[in-house]
Each structure stands twice: as structure tokens, then as C-alpha cells.
Design a protein. Structure first.
Lengths: 332, 337
């Protein structure tokens, strides 16, 4: 009983760690897409901000004045970078009314190439950034009483391993979900944001600038994208590595569709994806009675297979924001 | 407009061929076609370092072409390399299997060096270099198995469990694993070596989770055979205050407090030696060369600060003794390639 609880807690803790970048990124996409701007460039924003965070942290890590704040400065650099890319996306697709998909794909290419190029020019390590000391990273926090409670049955391991023992960005990710819900459904900005994604003409008639509203939505998405990148490079890892986003931006996009563009379902979908990944990791090398050891390739494919099954079988009809993907033109 | 473009194109081609002719006149020109890119802390970086050393020591001309994992373009990169260089290193060879024989046939005057395995077909101008990863990993296995029961060392538990994080379930990675298992079994046949695959060479987050799952399963030492995915293993070791073994290049700087030692696969050294022999006229231009423990193609980092500090002297002595026996042929390590 005790070991089952411990095992389960370890899988759930792994789930939490794996789903955090998905949560941030899917929420970033939620702001953009609810305002009517499709955001294929999430992957690129995550990658570029991961690079920005790691570079900034590496540069200031040794400085006596800024060293203690290296991780936070890294986060700031990541957010600034991600906002800049969002504004680029906005300029192309809102101001210039370009195709949103193409603009997003372009951002992904820019991020993939430029991070390596800049990294090589600045640090000369083939595109990676220098290894960061723990003082320049977001490291695991131990909540009060975690060690004292550990021996308590059931509650002990849950508190000590699942709730405590994560870095601060993990807690921010989980707070970002209710915050986004509150912004979207309980503020005037949120109401207008949802409206502009469904019927920008009506918003315009009410005398509210569609352009400015969509830009603001993209900036919100940019901020969250910066958190996602920071988590990848200086919380989960200790340096930037080329292509380290490894498709997470696209998985987050799938999660967003799966959750039908709503914040709370986004949380659960990302947790589900993280859970499938965590289970796949721990299933390796175990044998199932009667079948023997399961081939690694099958276990590695399992999260994707289950995703397709769940997407096809359980999601039902997903209706994207009505005005999504369409640049707004006054007076046709 | 069209004319201008045509003219520019012709001019560019003329310039490029002029440059090739000029350099080919006096120096040996060498090209490395890497399927991935530098910064892997592994075979690409190592090969690059070896050839750069050859540039300074032996005065060759060296050009690197990075494939950046775009496998659809590799045949173009290889053709380009064959046009511009005399000796072409393809790294790693198996990614070029489907078109190497054709391109080598078209460039009979050039020499192709197939890295990490044996080239398909028997072309007269393709030479294969393979590395005895299993021999080096055998030593790592001895080290891990000897240390995993010494509970007086911090971070070591009493369980006879060791872990390996591999990038992919493929013949090269599995050869590392096979050697490690044989080495561990030579110390204690009851040793439990658990293997997890990441399915990626460039996903440190996945590597970290895999390593954490191994530490949770009772492993106290994890051997990483996973390029940059393996960086995550070293991070996980730091978090759990346990131990890791590096691979390909010396990984000590990533975690001096958790890296026991590294099993080096010295692609650069083999490239350097080959170029040296080629200039001397003694290098074979076809067939197979094996770089094992005896030629320094693989080996443990005995001199690394990590090994000196973290590995007990008797364990180092045991590894060195086993190394001598492998070189002399007294111990046979089975390869799975």
C-alpha cells in the first residue's frame, strides 16, 4: 500500500514537471487565438525565450551585483524576447493583414536558426549556452514542514514529493490558470477579447479598437511564452540546447484545441499529456504478464497513440473562435 | 532581371571552383559532413576538434558541413563535399547508407571515411572506422558495479541497481549498453542494470525525467549514452545527490560533484590519426579500421578532475587492469553491432 502510494506520487510529480511548459504555452496560445489570431509560432517563441533566459542568466551569473538575480533577469529577458516575437507576429498579421499561419511558421524558422547562430557567435559552444550554476537557476523549493511530514502515511509523501519540491515557475503555472480564467470571464478586457475573436465587427462598432485589442492579447501570450521558455532552459535544465523545445509548442497547440480554447480544460489536458508521458517513461523495461517485455518503441509511441484516440473519440466538436485566422478589415 | 540572376549564378560557381582549385593545389583538403550540428558534446564536436587539430599540426584544409538533422538534404551535402574535398568524413556513416555507394562511385578519385560502423557494399574508395564502444563501456560497468555497494560513499545505497539512459534503441547505443552490462556482470553477476530510452538526442528534459525514474527505482549510478539528452541525466544526479557517468567527451565540467568519470568515444582522435596516415601514404583507402581501447578510440577519463576526486583508487586500478586484459585479448567483450 505504502509503496503504491509512493509510486503514484512519483508519477504525478513527474506529470507536473512535464506539463508545466505545456500549460504556459497553451495559455499563451489561448490569449492569441481567443482574440482571433492563430498562433503557430508558439514553438518558436518558447525556443527563443529559452535561449534568451539562458543567455542572460549565463552573462550575469558571475556578476557580483546582478548575480543573485540571474534567474529573474533571465526570466525578464525571456519575456521581452517572447513579446517582441509576438509583436512581430502582430505586425505581420494584424497591421499588415498577412496570413497568420505563414507568419507563425516564419517565427518558428527564425527561432530555430537565429538561436543557434547567436549562441555560436556569443558563446562559441556550437549553439548551446554555458552550463549555469544552481544560483543562476530556478531551483526546487522545499515548502515548510515538508521534511517533518514525510514519515506520515499517505499525506506525507503527497505533501513532500508532489506539492513541495518544485521550482517557483511550477506554482506560477498553476496560478496562471485561474488567473487567465478570471481575466477572460470576469474582466472587461476579457469580455472584449472574447468578443473580438468571435465578431470583430461588433467590437469595432462599439468604438473599441480591434487592432489594439488583438495586440494586447498577443502581448499577454508573449508574457506566458516567456515563462514557458524560461522553464525549459533555466528551471528544468541548466543551459539552452538547440531545438530543446522538441515540439512542445505544437503539443500545447493540440492541447488548446482539445480543451476547446478554455482555460480550466487547458490545465487538465496538459496534465493528461504530461501524465501519459510520465507513465511512458516509467513503463520502460517493465514486463506485462503473459506478453513479456513491451518493446520500447511501442511505449514511446503510446502517448501519441492515446492522444489521437482521445482527440478523435472524446473531444466531440471543437469550434474555434469564429473570427480566428481572419485579418480584420474595416468597411469591406 | 533574369540575365542578372544567371550572371550572378555563373559568377558564383566560377568563384567557388576557383577557390577549390587554388586550395587543392598545395594542401590536402578534408571535409566533414555531419548529419547533425556542432554543440552536441559528442561525435560532431569531437570530429571537428580532431580535424581542427590536423589543420594546425598537419597543415590541411578543412571544411565542415552541418546537416542539422535534415536527412532529406544529406545526399546533396555529400555531393557538395565530394566536389570540394579529397578526403570526406561522413559522420555518422549509417545516415548516409542509401546514397553513399552511388556518390562514392561517381567520385572514384576521392576517399570517403565512413564513421561509426561498416559501410554497405565494398567500394574501393570507402573506408570504415568503427569504435569499440563495448570495450570502453565495459570499464564503466566495472566502475559502477564496484561502487554501487559502497554505502560509505555519499549518495550510494545498498541496492545492486544501476541505470542507463540511452538516446535510441539502435545498434550503436545498444553496443554501449551491452559492454556496460558485461562489465557490471564481471564484478557481480547479480547486478540489475535497468535501461531507459529517450527517443531523442536533443531532449535534456526527457533525459532528466528518465534518470529520475531510474534513481527512484533504486539506482545510484546512471550511465548516460544520449548526447545532449544526457545533460538532463547529470542534472537529475545533482537533484538527487546521486552519481552519473558521462559519455563521448569529458562531462566533468557539467557537474564536478556528481560525474564519476566519462567514457570517451574519441572520433576526433581517429580522424586525426587517419589524416596523418593519409598524408604519410600509409592509410588504407578501403576496408575497415577499428579504434578500440588499444588505439585510444575509446577509453575512460582517468585524468579528469572528476575521476581523480570521485572514484576510489582501487576502482581506478581495477579498470586499468581490465583495460590491459582487454588490449591483450585476455578478456573478450562481446559486441552487439
Amino acid at each position: 500500500m505504502e509503496t503504491t502510494v509512493t509510486d503514484l506520487v512519483l508519477i504525478l510529480a513527474s506529470t507536473v514537471r512535464l506539463s508545466v511548459p505545456l500549460i504556459f504555452t497553451a495559455l499563451a496560445g489561448l490569449y492569441a487565438e481567443r482574440s482571433g489570431v492563430f498562433d503557430i509560432g508558439l514553438e518558436g517563441k518558447m525556443l527563443f525565450s529559452a535561449f534568451a533566459a539562458a543567455s542572460m542568466a549565463a552573462v550575469v551569473a558571475q556578476s557580483p551585483t546582478f548575480g543573485p538575480y540571474a534567474a529573474w533577469l533571465g526570466l525578464a529577458a525571456a519575456i521581452a524576447t517572447s513579446i517582441l516575437l509576438s509583436l512581430l507576429h502582430g505586425y505581420a498579421s494584424i497591421t499588415q493583414r498577412g496570413n497568420q499561419i505563414i507568419s507563425g511558421v516564419a517565427i518558428n524558422f527564425i527561432a530555430s536558426g537565429l538561436t543557434i547562430q547567436l549562441g555560436n557567435a556569443w558563446f562559441g559552444q556550437g549553439g548551446r549556452t554555458p552550463q549555469l550554476p544552481n544560483s543562476a537557476r530556478f531551483t526546487e523549493l522545499t515548502l515548510p514542514f515538508a521534511d517533518a511530514l514525510r514519515p506520515v502515511p499517505i499525506i506525507g509523501p503527497i505533501y513532500a514529493n508532489l506539492i513541495s519540491g518544485h521550482n517557483i515557475l511550477v506554482y506560477i503555472a498553476f496560478l496562471a490558470v485561474p488567473f487567465t480564467w478570471w481575466v477572460l470571464y470576469r474582466t472587461r478586457f476579457g469580455l472584449r477579447l472574447r468578443a473580438v475573436g468571435e465578431n470583430p465587427g461588433a467590437v469595432d462598432t462599439a468604438g473599441i479598437s480591434v487592432t489594439w485589442l488583438r495586440y494586447r492579447a498577443l502581448i499577454c501570450g508573449g508574457i506566458l511564452g516567456g515563462f514557458a521558455g524560461t522553464y525549459l532552459s533555466i528551471a528544468q535544465s541548466a543551459s539552452f540546447i538547440r531545438e530543446m523545445s522538441a515540439g512542445k509548442g505544437f503539443i500545447a497547440l493540440a492541447a488548446l484545441v482539445f480543451a476547446k480554447w478554455r482555460p480550466v480544460p487547458v490545465l487538465f489536458t496538459c496534465l493528461l499529456f504530461g501524465f501519459l508521458d510520465a507513465v511512458a517513461i516509467r513503463l520502460q523495461g517493465t514486463s506485462i504478464p503473459g506478453i513479456g517485455e513491451v518493446p520500447v518503441q511501442f511505449i514511446q509511441a503510446l502517448p501519441y497513440v492515446l492522444t489521437v484516440i482521445l482527440l478523435a473519440g472524446f473531444i466531440g466538436h471543437a469550434t474555434p473562435p469564429k473570427a480566428g485566422g481572419v485579418p480584420y478589415v474595416k468597411e469591406r | 532581371m533574369h540575365r542578372t540572376i544567371k550572371f550572378l549564378g555563373v559568377a558564383a560557381i566560377a568563384l567557388m571552383s576557383a577557390a577549390t582549385v587554388a586550395s587543392a593545389a598545395d594542401k590536402l583538403s578534408v571535409v566533414q559532413v555531419a548529419s547533425g550540428a556542432l554543440g552536441d558534446g559528442g561525435i560532431f564536436d569531437s570530429g571537428d576538434a580532431g580535424l581542427k587539430k590536423a589543420v594546425t599540426d598537419l597543415g590541411i584544409d578543412y571544411k565542415l558541413i552541418e546537416g542539422q538533422q535534415r536527412s532529406n538534404l544529406l545526399s546533396d551535402f555529400l555531393s557538395e563535399a565530394a566536389d570540394s574535398g579529397q578526403v570526406i568524413f561522413v559522420n555518422p556513416g549509417y545516415q548516409f547508407d542509401s546514397f553513399l555507394p552511388d556518390i562514392a562511385g561517381q567520385h572514384a578519385d576521392k576517399t570517403f571515411v565512413y564513421t561509426d560502423g561498416v559501410a554497405p557494399g565494398e567500394a574501393p574508395n570507402v573506408v570504415s572506422i568503427s569504435y569499440a564502444e563495448h570495450e570502453g563501456s565495459y570499464l564503466a560497468g566495472i566502475m559502477a558495479a564496484m561502487m554501487t555497494t559502497r554505502t560509505d560513499i555519499p549518495g550510494i545505497n545498498d541496492k545492486k541497481v544501476l541505470g542507463i539512459v540511452g538516446a535510441f534503441d539502435n545498434p550503436v547505443i545498444n553496443n554501449f549498453i551491452a559492454g556496460f552490462k558485461q562489465g557490471a556482470a564481471s564484478v557481480d553477476p547479480a547486478m540489475d542494470v535497468q535501461v531507459r530510452y529517450a527517443g531523442s538526442y536533443t531532449d535534456p528534459a526527457k533525459g532528466k525525467e528518465l534518470a529520475l525514474s531510474l534513481y527512484d527505482a533504486g539506482a545510484d549510478i546512471v550511465y548516460q549514452v544520449a548526447a545532449t539528452t544526457g545533460d538532463g541525466v547529470i542534472l537529475a544526479a545533482k537533484e538527487r545527490k546521486a552519481w552519473a557517468i558521462g559519455v563521448d567527451t569529458d562531462k566533468c565540467s557539467q557537474g564536478p560533484e556528481v560525474v564519476l568519470s566519462s567514457m570517451i568515444k574519441d572520433v576526433g582522435r581517429s580522424y586525426y590519426e587517419y589524416v596523418k596516415d593519409y598524408i604519410a601514404g600509409t592509410a588504407p583507402k578501403s576496408g575497415k579500421i577499428e579504434f578500440g581501447l588499444s588505439r585510444g578510440g575509446v577509453g575512460m577519463t582517468y585524468d579528469s578532475a572528476c575521476t581523480q576526486k570521485n572514484v576510489p583508487a582501487d576502482v581506478i586500478a581495477a579498470m586499468k587492469a581490465a583495460q590491459e586484459k582487454i588490449v591483450s585479448g585476455e578478456i573478450k567483450v562481446t559486441s552487439t553491432k
